[in-house]
Design a protein around this ligand. Structure first.
Ligand code: AMP
Ligand code: TRP
Length: 348
């Protein structure tokens, strides 16, 4: 039996932060032993909001390097850049034409991002979840490890695969049962780290798009900057840290980070910090952060010094990814009834 397949990705918009690591990438690492893992840098998604063409390539490289620095092993995982595999754009188009517009208008992330942009919202921003569905469905992914905020997009990918493609276009076997064209994926959202909140406001998630730099810890922030950001993080006037008090979202978030990064776990961290003042707690948290990020930063520096090695990884990733993606795309084209190009027919 082949191992179940995993696909996930992060956008190369600026620097990756603690939420990306704890909510997503950290969970990818463990899956490499048990699953057939595909991780892409989703650069086509990064241009759904205004982007800087001078930075896109460098950010794409840096994001791929961070995957490896966080423990993604190219010998066990396929690491690639989304735009290097044109099948993503083509499947997106096919899915666009069979996905109801009102499914996209309901997406919370679209609504949130759209209000920030007024009349400058692009068609691509609305279409973002369909491209994401294409990313996932191309690889017959069984599991998609993401943070909590992506749950609705995963449900959309499932609905597109099941209701719009398989049910409507799937060929039938002798008993009249549908033979699926696309695999219906499951989300994998781990509880711990699934929602890392902003340092400036414990009710908002930590995000790349927050204009306040102090609201997030980037994975490549130097130790002094981490310490400074933690020192300035929003607190409340109550003494002692605790979990689960809805009146104290900052405490919940920062104690959760400490529990996770120190490796102590929630119970031990909660009893250690139950009577602690913020002045004692913050240096502990800063230290846990600096120590957790130190090996990632060291490995990232090594990889950045050897761009040829990263190129090799991305090029072999592209080859492996393309082979799988082309097969799925071919199956989908056929199900939708397209005339095969004669060279494609000859290959089939
Ligand atoms: P993005 O930065 O939007 O490309 O997100 C990449 C991955 O990081 C996705 O799986 C998100 O769910 C996850 N993620 C982003 N922000 C957070 C956060 N604040 N907490 C937990 N996970 C997050
Ligand atoms: N939309 C995801 C995010 O912002 C990124 C993404 C794009 C993704 N394609 C994907 C995640 C496919 C998982 C699988 O977090």
């Amino acid at each position: 039996m082949s191992r179940p397949r995993v696909l996930s990705g992060v956008q190369p918009t600026g620097s990756l932060h603690l939420g990306n690591w704890l909510g997503a990438i950290r969970n990818w690492v463990a899956l490499q032993d048990s699953h057939d893992t595909f991780f892409c840098v989703v650069d086509l998604h990064a241009i759904t909001v205004p982007h800087d063409p001078q930075r896109l390539a460098a950010d794409t490289r840096s994001t791929a390097a961070l995957y490896l620095a966080c423990g993604i092993d190219p010998a066990r995982s396929t690491v690639f850049v989304q735009s290097h595999v044109p099948a993503h754009s083509e499947l997106c188009w096919l899915l666009n034409c069979i996905t109801p517009l009102n499914w996209l208008e309901r997406m919370i992330q679209f609504k949130e991002k759209a209000v920030k942009q007024g009349d400058q919202v692009s068609v691509g921003l609305l279409d973002y979840p369909v491209l994401m569905a294409a990313d996932i469905l191309l690889y017959d992914a069984d599991l998609v490890p993401v943070g909590e905020d992506q749950k609705q997009h995963l449900e959309l990918a499932r609905d597109i695969a099941q209701q719009r493609v398989n049910a409507r276009f799937g060929p039938r076997d002798a008993d009249g049962e549908v033979i699926p064209v696309l695999k219906v994926p499951e989300p994998l959202i781990l509880k711990e780290g699934a929602r890392v909140m902003s340092l400036a406001d414990g009710r908002n998630k930590m995000s790349k798009s927050d204009p306040n730099e102090g609201s997030r810890i980037n994975l490549l922030d130097p130790p002094e900057l981490i310490t400074k950001k933690v020192k300035r993080a929003k607190t409340d006037p109550v003494m002692g840290l605790e979990f689960g008090n809805p009146e104290r979202p900052e405490t919940d978030n920062l104690l959760g980070l400490y529990a996770l990064l120190s490796g102590k776990g929630r119970d031990a961290a909660a009893s250690e910090c139950a009577a602690m003042g913020w002045g004692t707690f913050k240096p502990l948290l800063a230290e846990a952060l600096v120590e957790a990020l130190r090996p990632i930063q060291a490995r990232h520096a090594e990889l950045s010094a050897d761009p040829a090695e990263l190129d090799r990884v991305l090029s072999s990733g592209r080859e492996r990814a393309s082979a799988v993606a082309e097969a799925t795309l071919g199956r989908t084209r056929a199900a939708l009834g397209f005339l095969p190009a004669s060279d494609r027919a000859a290959q089939a």
